[in-house]
Design a protein around this ligand. Structure first.
Ligand SMILES: [Ca+2]
Ligand SMILES: [Ca+2]
Length: 204
């Protein structure tokens, strides 16, 4: 009589099962890691967008009350500047325009090849105060390099990470354009930039 002596797994079957188990484990780990990286990158993009919006909103609010006659330097495209100085127009008293203390918004460098956006109130006065509005602003706009050309096709040449330029037609109010790039590092260590431009009409 033939007796079936097979009562366990052969070595080959155990090896195949081990390989399949290892492959499944690696796949699960990869899916989990990809999922958590995607979540981390999603949060990073939201933070990047909100920092960009908040900084540009603050710059807009400050420059909306600036008097067009007190905004310096007044450069036009394709030139731009990483700094703007201005005074707010507070109103008229006895037929005289009353101006606020001088203010400045500028890019200042940090140690790691990026810079900060700094707002200075009461420039050069005893009450001078500096407030940081943003950090991780690169020295140049996204996709721009120093070569006397407009590499990112925005009408500005070699423009800095925080760039101001003006447009002042004789029959129109002066417009200040603010172009800002901010970067953050994603979950895989890659530097991700985001940039936006806003324009503000100054008071005459
Ligand atoms: Ca450009
Ligand atoms: Ca360039």
């Amino acid at each position: 009589m033939k007796v079936n002596s097979r009562s366990g797994f052969t070595l080959i079957e155990v090896l195949i099962a081990s390989v399949i188990f290892a492959l499944i484990s690696v796949n699960i780990a990869m899916v989990t890691r990809t999922g958590s990286q995607a979540t981390a990158n999603g949060i990073m993009h939201e933070l990047l967008d909100s920092e960009l919006d908040l900084t540009l909103d603050r710059i807009k609010l400050a420059l909306m009350s600036a008097s067009a006659d007190n905004v310096y330097p007044q450069v036009s495209a394709p030139a731009s500047n990483e700094r703007i100085e201005f005074s707010a127009s507070l109103g008229v008293q006895g037929g005289i325009h009353i101006m606020g203390d001088p203010e400045r918004i500028e890019w200042t460098p940090t140690e790691n090849e990026t810079g900060k956006v700094i707002w200075t109130q009461a420039v050069g006065l005893p009450g001078e105060r500096k407030i940081q509005w943003s950090r991780s602003v690169p020295i140049l706009q996204n996709k721009e390099v120093i070569n006397l050309g407009d590499d990112n096709f925005n009408g500005l040449v070699d423009e800095p990470g925080l760039a101001f330029h003006m447009q002042h037609a004789s029959d129109e109010e002066m417009q200040v354009f603010v172009t800002l790039t901010i970067t953050k590092t994603d979950a895989s260590g890659r530097i991700v930039p985001a940039n936006r431009q806003v324009n503000i009409t100054c008071r005459n």
